[in-house]
Ligand binder design. Structure first.
Ligand code: SF4
Length: 234
């Protein structure tokens, strides 16, 4: 059995085409800007078997298949439930469904087996150096390097995402260093910068959690466009 937080049946941003997105429960990281802190505790969430989850996805297959879409495992962190994840991805592949994995690369191993059944990885890169990665997420980068080894070995297609936060990760220097960091990954098809927003403040309040970026304004969209140009070398 696995633990999921929720399902979105018409996802449009987590992979190509229309996606059946499964948000897995549980995450070890504590990203300062996380807008889903309710996905953190692994003991919470809804129990479901891989077969039950597949049956739900199959109901939507005619819609997502026609659009060139498929299933995306997101979270939380799907890599924290490797056996359930492998079973579900395998069932998807047995049923001719495109599979994407939206992850930060922080799991508990079995990466090669997971990637065996994964068509696309959407990797959320939090930072390019150990110290700032720890400041932003509470964890260093050791696990990410292990995940990268498996990615290199399997040659999995990669989309990379990075959240840009005012005064923390929005300088020209930061984006140039990020670009150099990304160049170490193979098979990168797409790189996206995502603007930081503070819409989750109220959720933190309800959960009795401290929102550490309370004084930070949402990322300016025009500045983000200029940073994207730096990233693309324009
Ligand atoms: S990895 Fe994702 S779910 Fe986990 S804390 Fe960071 S933003 Fe939140």
């Amino acid at each position: 059995m696995g633990k999921i937080h929720s399902i979105e049946t018409m996802g449009l941003v987590d992979g190509p085409g229309i996606r059946f997105v499964v948000f897995f429960q549980g995450c070890y990281l504590r990203c300062l800007y996380c807008h889903n802190p309710d996905t953190w505790p692994l003991r919470e969430g809804q129990e479901i078997s891989a077969q039950e989850l597949l049956e739900k996805a199959l109901r939507y297959k005619p819609f997502f298949q026609k659009s060139g879409g498929g299933v995306t495992c997101s979270g939380g962190e799907p890599l924290l439930q490797p056996d359930f994840l492998i079973e579900f991805l395998k069932l998807c592949k047995d049923n001719d469904i495109h599979t994407a994995l939206d992850t930060s690369g922080f799991g508990v191993g079995k990466y090669e087996e997971i990637l065996e059944y994964t068509d696309l990885v959407i990797l959320d890169v939090k930072h390019y150096n150990q110290e700032d990665h720890k400041m932003l997420t509470g964890w260093g980068m050791k696990e990410l390097w292990k995940f990268k080894e498996a990615l290199d070995l399997k040659g999995t297609k990669l989309w990379i995402r990075h959240v840009v936060i005012p005064d923390l990760t929005d300088s020209r220097e930061h984006i140039e260093n990020l670009k150099a960091f990304i160049s170490q990954f193979k098979n990168v098809e797409k790189v996206e910068l995502l603007p930081y927003h503070n819409l989750a403040i109220e959720k933190y309040r309800r959960l009795g959690l401290e929102y550490k970026l309370a004084g930070t304004k949402p990322m300016d969209k025009e500045k983000l466009v200029s940073l994207e140009k730096i990233l693309k070398g324009q």
